[in-house]
Design a protein around this ligand. Structure first.
Ligand code: HEC
Ligand code: HEC
Ligand code: HEC
Ligand code: HEC
Length: 390
């Protein structure tokens, strides 16, 4: 029989491995600060590149619920710049964002100035907003275990005997303030992690909520930060969504569809766009091979995603949207759904009538209107052109 003591080093290594990450040495405490900032109304990624796109409020919530035990003790904060722009659709986004924030359970979310229209949305949730706006508070005090935490947007409001966390929209280099242990900014900068300046640890929320920031602190028995570590948590398609947030996003889609209907009333129906069916007569082989490409199915893709009434999606998945006589909706302009011939070759009415009107040259610039870095990260003109030769 083997000497049982020979297993000891392995046992020790195993114990180290299991217990090293969180429960800290005697007197020490640990805290995870989960943070976002500069979400800018991005409720979720568009889904154009599902393999690589990360982020979205439903996944954020799903991740936290799924990993709660491993993350504890933790707090969740948003450093501001979370609202969408002030347009009719932007306001719907802001409403959905605030409702989702309420469900996700932020310990504090910064809204430096709450626009008037957004005030009522905030009132309907239990979200702990910190704000300079009338009727709202600038700081909140929370407890996590033994720890008292002061979270504020006011650079002067740090408190003795607590962990002080400042939420700001200042750039990282200007954000450091004396008296604060941690500063989270929503400046929209992409930084490599967290840095220590002027006594404070400064980190910046990832733009558009693409990743969740996780800042792990160890505090000594006097409550001072002794060690810290930062990492980015990806929120890819493998993260299970929170159904409650998904429901809010579905309601958002329905409201967008209503808004779109109103906008459509103003659209001109006649114009220079014909649709692929009108090209068959003279260019049948081209039609057949185009019909086999994903361009032909681009609108069906949106229908499947429940996004066929969202102008922010329709614009690249149909033909001539927003232009005179271009795509309006599937009932009024079924011939213009999907990425049709005329997206690349230009409107065809004059050409089909007299042949003479030159169809515009097709080059990479045409593709890049839709195949942007964000929507088509793998785009390579040569490779992609090969796939659509017709
Ligand atoms: C700027 C143009 C543009 C906008 C805006 C856009 N898309 Fe796309 N979408 C594309 C392109 C280009 C592709 C093909 C990407 C590729 O395969 O390289 C695509 C692909 C897709 C796919 C297929 C992904 C797959 O591989 O299965 C889905 C789903 C999709 N988009 C949904 C949406 C939704 C939903 C919106 C609105 C929130 C949207 N798109 C807005 C350009 C756009
Ligand atoms: C009534 C017949 C007819 C219809 C309909 C028609 N075309 Fe053509 N098309 C032609 C002819 C003929 C030419 C060749 C003209 C030339 O070489 O000058 C041509 C040439 C083209 C070319 C090549 C131009 C070039 O520079 O060589 C493109 C692209 C094109 N058509 C696209 C379309 C599209 C897109 C539609 C549908 C919106 C369409 N055509 C509808 C007859 C037609
Ligand atoms: C009006 C917007 C638009 C333009 C312009 C456009 N595309 Fe696309 N393209 C799309 C959309 C949307 C999809 C995704 C369709 C789907 O999957 O439903 C797509 C998909 C593709 C795909 C399939 C990708 C794959 O992985 O299979 C190729 C290839 C492609 N486009 C090539 C091109 C090329 C080359 C050009 C320029 C000559 C171009 N596209 C111009 C919107 C556009
Ligand atoms: C995603 C963009 C795109 C779409 C959609 C598209 N084409 Fe093209 N088409 C091209 C490109 C790129 C070429 C190659 C021409 C070039 O090099 O300029 C081409 C070539 C052609 C040519 C031959 C021109 C020549 O010089 O020989 C015809 C005709 C044509 N397309 C018709 C159509 C018709 C009809 C449809 C729809 C059924 C269609 N195309 C859809 C991009 C597109």
């Amino acid at each position: 029989m083997k000497n049982p003591l020979s297993a000891l080093p392995y046992l020790a290594a195993f114990l180290l491995f299991v217990f090293a990450p969180l429960p800290a040495a005697a007197g020490e405490r640990a805290l995870n600060i989960l943070y976002t900032g500069a979400i800018r109304g991005e409720l979720e990624p568009c889904g154009c590149a599902p393999e690589t796109q990360s982020g979205g409020l439903a996944r954020l919530s799903g991740f936290i619920n799924g990993e709660r035990e491993g993350l504890e003790p933790f707090i969740l904060v948003d450093a501001g710049n979370s609202l969408a722009e002030d347009t009719p659709q932007g306001r719907l986004k802001t409403e959905a964002l605030i409702r989702s924030f309420g469900i996700i359970g932020y310990d504090a979310a910064a809204f430096f100035e709450v626009p008037d229209y957004a005030g009522p949305f905030l009132k309907e949730t239990d979200l702990k907003a910190v704000s300079a706006s009338k009727g709202l508070v600038r700081s909140v005090l929370i407890r996590r275990g033994q720890l008292k935490i002061n979270i504020s947007i006011d650079p002067k409001s740090h408190k003795k005997g607590m962990l002080n966390l400042l939420l700001t929209d200042k750039p990282v280099t200007e954000a450091a303030s004396r008296g604060w242990d941690v500063v989270i900014t929503s400046s929209g900068e992409t930084t490599d992690g967290a840095l220590k300046t002027d006594g404070a640890i400064v980190a910046s929320g990832y733009p558009k909520g693409e990743k969740l920031g996780v800042l792990t602190l160890r505090l000594d028995d006097k409550g001072r930060v002794s060690v810290f570590d930062q990492r980015w948590q990806m929120l890819g398609k493998d993260v299970a969504e929170d159904g409650r947030v998904r429901r809010v996003l579905k309601e958002y889609d329905a409201k967008v569809a209503e808004l779109t209907k109103e906008e459509e009333k103003k659209m001109e129906l006649s114009g220079p766009w014909l649709g692929a069916a009108s090209c068959i007569e003279c260019h049948e082989p081209f039609f057949e091979s185009w019909a086999a490409t994903r361009h032909a199915k681009a609108f069906a893709t949106l229908e499947k995603a429940g996004k066929s009434k969202d102008p922010e999606c329709i614009v690249c998945h149909t033909t001539g949207y927003g232009k005179e006589g271009g795509f309006k909706n599937k009932t009024a302009t079924p011939a213009l759904a999907g990425v049709q011939c005329e997206v690349c070759h230009g409107p065809g009415k004059d050409h089909a009538r007299g042949f003479s009107a030159p169809a515009g040259p097709v080059n990479e610039t045409v593709c890049l209107k839709c195949h942007t870095k964000e929507n088509s990260p793998e785009f390579d003109y040569e490779l992609y052109r090969e796939k659509i030769i017709h």
